[in-house]
Write a protein that binds this ligand. Sequence first.
Ligand code: 5RP
Length: 221
Amino acid sequence: MTQDELKIEVAKAALKYVIPETIIGVGTGSTANFFIDQLATIKDSILGVVASSIATSNRLEGHGINLFDLNEVEEISVYIDGADESDQQLNLIKGGGGALTREKIVAAVSKQFVCIADESKLVKVMGNFPLPVEVIPMSSSYVKRQIIKSIGGVPVLREDFITDNGNLILDIHDLNIEEPQILENKLNNIVGVVTNGLFANRGADILLLGSESGVKTLVSN
Ligand code: 5RP
């Protein structure tokens, strides 16, 4: 199976976590896009969706799926999104597509977070995938220096990229993330950082992994 075929299988499997007559959250990226295409087949069973990016809003709209602004919504039953890496505890790195801040906000409001990915995303220790950090533009050099001084790794400004919030992304290479929650908090404490792509304080509750032998389900403790 190709990687895309694995993503489609996992996107189909996620449909069973969609709760009828509720508002759900949907993430960003190629796996989330496959999920949106599947969601279109049952769109009349839900009230609608809060999207984590402009790209996701556009795709949902293209399918005629009802959209909600997060400020109109008190509760999201389930958030379904991909990831760049997951460890065995379902801590995640997200933000390869640059939508990390809105993704983190929607995940925070959601009762359950179901992460969907192909099995190449499951790792023992995260950090092989560069960790994205969204920063206010005027702070990018300062944040870069602070990361080098107090965190480690090699922060690299993502070229020709502006987030949906009008900010920049620093991707931190060469990390070995043994304590994801501590690192998530440390990075968020640097002035100028909007948020970072570690989802450890609010990791996934369920990880659906597409594999050659079928979709595997991992549940957080
Ligand atoms: C976007 C994300 C995506 O979930 C992550 O990059 C995974 O993308 P894909 O499903 O294309 O592999 O965090 O900001």
